[in-house]
Design a binder for this molecule. Structure first.
Ligand code: COA
Length: 152
């Protein structure tokens, strides 16, 4: 399904909505408000939001390192009441585009091994699993690593 959401760069005014989504969607390892605020403006990250009418319905956060051609998806989340309508896919595509613009040739992410929905999103969009990290999350949960080559 193609989302009708407007996908754009996050602004400071989006902080409340992004924090609300972060805290309602994740049960552990949530990013703090201070971190989210910082990520909106630092050059080493790109925060992207999905907007439908006036509401922010999802966000994605991409991190970059100086001298590295790897973009990293730090977080992606969609408001529970708006899930399954293509917003996650649109945010993922915009995250990859942000990495391409920064001359990255690889996009990498970790996902909870017990998160079939997110894993399906990545697999359907060309990501390949490259490894497993045990005890990766605060609650001891395992992570799967996924990567995708970014074409020019
Ligand atoms: C994972 C998440 C970002 C997906 O966003 P979304 O807007 O619901 O996803 P989309 O509507 O774009 O769907 C994309 C794909 O996700 C999968 N998906 C979506 N809804 C699903 C459901 N109810 N059950 C299983 N898979 C589902 C499908 O593979 C779907 O592809 P399809 O439409 O071709 O079938 C969202 O569910 C979410 O925020 N989950 C909680 C936070 C999270 O787990 N983040 C990932 C951390 S790594």
């Amino acid at each position: 399904m193609k989302s009708a959401a407007l996908i754009r760069k996050a602004r400071k005014a989006d902080l409340d909505s992004v924090e609300e989504i972060e805290n309602s969607v994740f049960d552990s390892d949530q990013l703090s408000r201070a971190s989210l605020r910082r990520y909106i403006s630092v050059p080493s990250a790109a925060m992207i939001v999905a907007q439908e009418d006036k509401a922010i319905t999802g966000y994605a956060l991409v991190g970059f390192r100086k001298g590295s051609k790897i973009g990293r998806l730090y977080s992606i989340a969609v408001d529970k009441t708006r899930a399954g309508r293509g917003v996650g896919r649109a945010l993922l595509a915009a995250s990859e585009e942000a990495a391409r613009k920064r001359k990255c040739n690889l996009f990498a992410l970790e996902v909870r091994a017990d998160n079939p929905r997110a894993i399906a999103l990545y697999e359907k969009n060309g990501y390949a699993m490259t490894g497993r990290e045990e005890d990766w999350y605060e609650d001891g949960g395992d992570a799967l690593r996924f990567e995708k080559k970014l074409s020019r």
